[in-house]
Design a protein around this ligand. Sequence first.
Ligand code: T68
Length: 853
Amino acid sequence: KYSQLKPLNGNHHGQDLESKLVHDRGAFEESFVRHVETTLARNMYNCDNLAAYQAASSTVRDALLVDWANTQQKQTVHNGKRVYYLSLEFLMGRAMDNALINLKGRDNAAAALSDLGFNLEDVLDQEPDAALGNGGLGRLAACFVDSLSSKNYSGWGYGLNYQYGIFKQKIIDGYQVETPDYWLKYSNPWEIDRKEIQIPVDFYGHVYEDYDPNSGKPKKIWSGGERVLAVAADFPIPGYNTDNTNNLRLWNAKPTHEFDFTKFNAGDYQQSVGAQQRAESITAVLYPNDNFYSGKELRLKQQYFWVAASLHDIVRRFKKTNKSQWEKFPEQVAIQLNDTHPTLAIVELQRVLVDLEGLEWDHAWSIVTRVFAYTNHTVMTEALEKWPVDLVGRLLPRHLEIIYDINFFFLKDVEHKFPDDRDILGRVSIIEEGNEKSVRMAYLAIIGSHKVNGVAELHSELIQTTIFKDFVRVFGKDRFTNVTNGITPRRWLRQANPQLAKLISEKLNDPNYEYLTNLGNLKKLEKFIDDDEFLTKWDAIKFHNKRRLTALVKEETGIELDPTVLFDVQVKRIHEYKRQQLNIFAVIYRYLRIKELLASGVSIDEIKLKHYISKASIFGGKAAPGYYMAKTIIHLINKVGDVVNNDPEIGNLLKVVFIPDYNVSKAEIITPASDLSNHISTAGTEASGTSNMKFALNGGLIIGTVDGANVEITREIGEDNIFLFGNLSESVEEIRHKHIYEGVQIPETLQKVFDSIESGAFGNPEEYKVLLDGIRYHGDHYLVSDDFDLFLDAHIKLEKVFGHHGGDASDKDHLHRWVKKSVLSVANMGFFSSDRCIDEYAENIWNIEPLNQ
Ligand code: T68
């Protein structure tokens, strides 16, 4: 049947329709009006911005669907290897602007909407963020699906369609308050319901042994106790400058309506319906922890539900063309595990092959290990998943048996390889013994994969020398590799910073923005490093973007920022290891010093000239709802803001703002507006970081530690264009040890800060006791005391460079010193395109090639 399918030649009705909707003003308008009248059942006289967004996005969606259907057909006909990216999080943000950019239909849509009396920007602003992720890990997945499509790979994403994304953050009296993110309040035009794709997923129950009537051999049968349906919702992922439009499939949990009438007598009717209804709770909500394992049963249920449905779908697609030729499976399928969250997929595939398809254990296992690869995103022990054996055994009895078997055969090999090392067996066992036995998911992921990668060079080195070092001995160095993270320049340059993207396209003589898929071309900007006019334009764009952020800050917080001052930004999840506390302590120190100078009779103007430049410290980020310390840090930042911003002596010399509810669409405003951003994690803790890349690509300079991808960013853009400070990762363990055995030394500068906090300058000092005591008395695990003065010094140095910026315009050399660093950053950021990541994964891990258009 499939051999009869012919690739489409592009001249059929669908392609015409797609092209028209996106590129023809009249066609766009006609479709828009039709959607208002039919899809929305409204009329043009009753069409507000929200309705306009829905009608416009339905129009763009119609265009996308044509490419999407053609892509699926092309990929089916080609019958090549596909990659499946399994991620519990896809932090997509808004879809419409991105789709318009990738389809090159933005100008047409703007013109058409304007004809109809709407402003494109206002219409785009109506779209709720698809916030199905926490932070870097989820956003990485979103960048990767964009690159898979843009670089013409056949690559699908598989995840969950949470009804509630990451919570919305409100700041009330300086405290974080969480409210639910019911993002599907209005129908979602980007989601194509695939109600016909329903996959049953079982939980609980028991395992028994039976005989296979064909082979006469014993065989294990799992009889599940609870069944839930996985129903597909598809999201088309358009590529940039290509028709290739891949699929992101997110599962919804639905009740089966298969009632067990024998169990439920008439009186239990109510209860039985209730139990069915609870099926939907599996995909109700995203767990809001970033870099932290919390071990909830519902989370494990989510993981298995998603993994079982996705694998079933993948296997079904394989069997349609290949029947049971399992040897071909690894030639047709590559599966990337985004962290350990989908590790059960390894066990599930082994179960499908052995229990359901009747393959021998070893044969099945050799297939499994050729299919999977695992990406690690952290070395921090509190984030490593370890599920209690009891829980796994109850929820997934057959899977636990298989895990034990995998472990048995693995340990046998290890024993054979290291006959004289008894200790290694306990260290590498998938099962951690102890009070509560648990399954170490990372170990299972390594054993079941052919490649394991970290996400930046330093991080990949660290996993091989610390948490996984025994596995390097067991499997050899070749199982481990590095793929440094990247970001999509379509969203993070073209969409977020249209003016800069345009200036670059002009300077590169690249009117079609080809550089967005060949980001190395940015290098050519270096030619203009002494072109005054160019530097002035560059600076003016930054200023424009700062004004845009100023408006957002005013709207969100009521605080008025002066866009000529240094914008010093730290936006990311709030976490002790990311050290927002280090940043806010330094801000407090600055404030105290300014107050001292003022008190000693130095004037504000003199302070500005000789001591401190004017700056605004801009924070944003969510704390996990149960993370008390992170919430305390948010509270402190807000209280410092209250004091500093309302101090009549200070004026624009210092402002402190906390932007509530940091998310992808706010990041698109904040990133292009930063002069300086903070990536100041304790060395060795931030696996990569990706916002560092976004800021540098937008001409913001970085103050950072020698950690994660900062190391490679420095190599690419040059040491002179980044402000590094702090203790190095190789010293961290020793320093921590010293803290514990010899106590922590608080430098005078930091002591001053602690004294002022304890005097009640920022509200009740009791509230900050945990924060201060953690540093003073509980070992200062994140080395705040050790890096504090180094951080202050780095600021003195960088502020000298920023200096008269925005001041004396006749001092062009000085004025442009900062701007030149900004240009050199952007010019050398080509390496950090997620397109480069995807090519590396494709070549070194997945063994797939792009499908020529
Ligand atoms: C981040 N991890 C890393 N985790 O912290 C960051 N964790 O350095 C890296 O750049 C990024 O991954 C991409 O590789 C996370 O974002 C989580 O969000 C997370 C979610 C659930 C459980 C544990």
